[in-house]
Design a protein around this ligand. Structure first.
Ligand SMILES: [Zn+2]
Length: 161
């Protein structure tokens, strides 16, 4: 079967996947406001694996909105920010920043690998950073790189962040 919106392509092998079930995920915004989202779990008959269809606004293994996390990493959202009202707390912000800095080379490698798989013949610049390119040229850079990495079947370590 050819992949469609209802039956998207498997990130590992490209086979058309089928809907298995949905799970609740928490989406926490700046200030602590919580929303519940339903995310689809899809089954690949070829890999025999379940894949979670993650919406752009979520980051794997984290409850906070991707926009809040990227804002903290960029220094736009800080513990002194009145909008955040202690949510996320300063310690959580420090953990996200540490997670990002400890995974920079990992992210770069995964982006290069995913880029190479997606474009095949398109040459990847050896000297420039793909992560730097995404951060400089896309407004929702964290969402973009995570989607790129996870849609290629790769994953970042969750760590204890
Ligand atoms: Zn597959």
């Amino acid at each position: 079967m050819k992949p469609t919106c209802d039956h998207p392509a498997c990130p590992c092998c490209g086979e058309s996947m089928s809907y298995r079930d949905s799970r609740k995920r928490i989406r926490r915004k700046e200030g602590g406001c919580v929303e519940h989202l339903l995310v689809r779990r899809l089954w690949c008959p070829k890999c025999r694996r379940l894949h979670v269809e993650l919406p752009d606004c979520l980051v794997p293994h984290k409850h906070y909105d991707a926009e809040v996390i990227s804002g903290v990493i960029e220094g736009v959202v800080t513990p002194d920010d009145l909008d955040s009202e202690d949510r996320p707390c300063a310690m959580t912000m420090r953990r996200w920043i540490r997670w990002f800095h400890e995974n920079r080379s990992n992210i770069e490698g995964l982006l290069r690998h995913a880029f190479q798989r997606a474009t095949r013949s398109f040459p990847i610049p050896k000297d420039g950073s793909l992560l730097g390119f995404f951060r400089e040229h896309t407004s929702s850079w964290l969402e973009a790189i995570l989607r790129f990495i996870y849609n290629s079947g790769e994953a970042l370590p969750a760590g204890s962040y």
